[in-house]
Design a protein around this ligand. Structure first.
Ligand SMILES: [Zn+2]
Length: 254
């Protein structure tokens, strides 16, 4: 009988301690069990930037891209109605950062807002490397022929002297992100590129220069009316962010 009472007292103390820790940190989710990404570092690379188009000399400058040189950045694409890829990428990135931070992750964004220029692709990669990120995701939307639709994840291909050390881990990250994005958003695999929602590329400096696991997602085709309507919807962008967080979380908890 007394054993039972003692157990009940211990349980009550444990609950009280967890509640107190939550109060100190200002949120109920502060107990270890609900901050599964505590200690993990995620870098979010929101594609392009809002003022790139006004600064062609800066973004057309050639920079190292992994054995060759390539333009610092590009302006990105937009929907027929003028919703820009850079705005979409930043919005989803900010939403994703918020979701990951609630789960305890340390999150860095390669740009703080959508009103700047760059950074260049080599600096985007360097930010992930300096942070020793556990995972980096670069967020984009495509500008493909109008009939094509759907999303795809881009993983690094083998570039001698560059991508060897991150190939396997990036592939795993890519599959986890692809699976979560498909189930979380209902967006189909791209009909116009890649295979089963995956593509492998060796021409992207942002992947070639990464020393930590990194993938790109092209969340949809901005030139396709159906994809564009989804990407313009804040509710869909929130679903997209949650799905990406789920994919990253799966990868980080393997
Ligand atoms: Zn892009």
């Amino acid at each position: 009988m007394w054993r039972g009472r003692a157990a009940a007292v211990v349980a009550a103390v444990a609950v009280g301690a967890a509640g107190a820790a939550g109060a100190v940190l200002g949120e109920r989710s502060a107990s270890a069990g609900t901050r599964p990404l505590a200690g993990r570092v995620v870098v979010i690379d929101a594609g392009h930037n809002g003022r790139n188009a006004d600064h062609p000399a800066v973004i057309n400058r050639k920079v190292p891209a992994g054995g060759f040189r390539k333009a610092c950045d590009t302006t990105g694409t937009e929907t027929h109605s003028g919703y820009a890829e850079h705005a979409f990428a930043f919005d989803v990135s900010a939403r994703l950062a918020a979701v990951l931070r609630v789960q305890g992750a340390t999150v860095l964004l390669v740009r703080p807002n959508d009103r700047g220029v760059g950074p260049c692709l080599n600096e985007r990669a360097a930010i992930g490397n300096r942070a020793r990120a556990d995972a980096v995701i670069s967020i984009h939307a495509d500008g493909a022929p109008e009939s094509g639709r759907g999303f795809h994840v881009i993983v690094p291909g083998y570039v001698k002297g560059y991508t060897g050390p991150i190939l396997k881990s990036s592939q795993r990250l890519g599959y986890d992100v692809r699976n979560a994005f498909r189930s979380g958003t209902g967006q189909p695999y791209a009909t116009y590129v890649g295979k089963n929602g995956m593509d492998t590329r060796t021409d992207l400096g942002g992947l070639n220069l990464s020393k930590v696991p990194k993938v790109f997602i092209e969340a949809g085709n901005m030139r396709n009316p159906g994809d564009a309507a989804r990407m313009r919807s804040p509710a869909w962008r929130q679903r997209a962010a949650k799905a990406l967080a789920a994919g990253l979380s799966t990868y980080l908890r393997h």
